[in-house]
Write a protein that binds this ligand. Structure first.
Ligand code: C5P
Length: 230
């Protein structure tokens, strides 16, 4: 694939839970030799630490203090991206059901978001990034050259999560996965601070009947178009 361009840009990928954002973002970042930044992992890391320290998830002030006190790092490793909290690898812990079920309660606080967005903007300042989340195209990189909003039916998203979990050796319940996804989407879309919403200039891709590679290719085609016109 010929995607050689001297222009590096920022690519924002948003969408509801389990729409395939991170899988696609990693492929796109790999093809372009860009840095992939998983902003959900940052909210998950804070949620994990808050639960470990028994901080009530509705106590915004205490959560802000915690966020200022801990160091959250995304580190590129030969096996993928690692998430470190104060140097400890929490890459698998942040994917636990407990963290997944609670992260939206932490992410809804506006002062938490302010600090996270600051950190994410610093990471994206140099361009050459693919960042995924819920508010990337609307708040974190509103001037991103490429904005994508991925959607898929909740049934399809639950099915994908189910298959992922089975591969990892778990025995998930698809109805529970569906409920968890719906609940997270509901909280993320209804919160006051930077709710999950499609940026007006984002391109929507419905991934329900597309393969991951098809989705990645559509994004790469769009990148090619945009970089050629810069
Ligand atoms: O992307 P992921 O599913 O790991 O995100 C976990 C949670 O983090 C989301 O459900 C949402 O509550 C929060 N989040 C957010 N803004 C982002 C990324 C994630 O509010 N940019």
């Amino acid at each position: 694939m010929n995607l050689v361009s001297t222009k590096t840009i920022a690519i924002a990928i948003d969408g509801p839970a389990a729409a395939g954002k991170s899988t696609v973002a990693k492929i796109v970042a790999g093809k372009l030799s860009y840095i992939y930044i998983d902003t959900g992992a940052m909210y998950r890391a804070l949620t994990l630490q808050a639960m470990l320290e028994h901080i009530p998830l509705d106590d915004e002030a205490l959560l802000v203090q915690l966020l200022q006190r801990i160091d959250i790092k995304l580190k590129q490793d030969k096996n993928g991206q690692l998430i470190l909290v104060d140097g400890t690898d929490v890459t698998s812990e942040i994917r636990s059901q407990n963290v997944t079920n609670n992260v939206s309660f932490v992410a809804k606080h506006s002062n938490i978001r302010k600090e996270m967005v600051n950190r994410q903007q610093t990471l994206a300042a140099e361009r050459g990034v693919v960042m995924d989340g819920r508010d990337i195209g609307t708040h974190v990189i509103p001037d991103a050259e490429v904005k994508i909003f991925l959607v898929a039916t909740v049934e399809e998203r639950a099915k994908r999560r189910y298959e992922e979990n089975v591969k990892k050796g778990f025995q998930p319940n698809i109805e529970e996965l569906k409920k968890e996804i719906e609940q997270r989407d509901f909280i993320d879309s209804k919160r006051e601070a930077a709710p999950l919403i499609q940026a007006v200039d984002a391109i929507e891709i419905d991934t329900t009947s597309l393969s991951i590679n098809d989705v990645a290719q559509r994004i790469l085609d769009r990148v090619k178009e945009v970089t050629h016109s810069l």
